[in-house]
Design a protein around this ligand. Structure first.
Ligand code: TYD
Length: 140
């Protein structure tokens, strides 16, 4: 899987004068079943989150409120995505180094994940990630 698999997905939006509604069903709008939801909030301006990759985890990241950037890196190419709408989300496939920055004040980052939390699924060392990503791509 490469960075081209990681796409901004526009979610269904039921507009209503009483307030809009969007929804996500596992395996429908996003390409995995949802096992876990977590969220980042009270993020101080200027802070960075992420800086790791996951071996097997699929994730879908949404700016539920405010905005932030997600920088993805598959070991060959980097792409910056700006998230600022609660009806858009970013699908992040396994083996993708990610960094989250540029948080606006009061922003809330919600993440849907394909597996329960597992520290052994993390790659927290960038050099290690590059080694493993190259192995996956059968280069070098
Ligand atoms: P981490 O994923 O490293 O944070 P981020 O990528 O947002 O910077 O997680 C931070 C801490 O929270 C770490 O000690 C593990 C814990 N954690 C859980 O216990 N459960 C979870 O679902 C997540 C995402 C993190």
């Amino acid at each position: 899987m490469g960075i081209e698999e990681c796409l901004l997905i526009e979610l269904p939006k039921i507009t209503d004068p009483r307030g809009n509604l969007s929804f996500i069903e596992g395996g429908q709008q996003i390409p995995f079943d949802i096992k876990r939801v977590y969220y980042l909030y009270d993020v101080p301006g200027g802070s960075d989150r992420g800086s790791h990759a996951h071996k097997n985890l699929h994730q879908f990241i949404i700016a539920m409120s405010g905005s932030f950037d997600v920088v993805l890196d598959d070991g060959k190419e980097k792409k910056r995505f700006h998230l600022n709408r609660s009806y858009n989300g970013l699908y992040v496939c396994p083996m993708m180094w990610r960094n989250l920055d540029n948080f606006s004040s009061g922003s809330v980052c919600m993440v849907l994940a394909s597996e329960h939390y597992s520290e052994v699924d993390y790659i927290r060392d960038y050099a290690d990630f590059i080694k493993q990503a190259k192995g996956d791509h059968h280069v070098g």
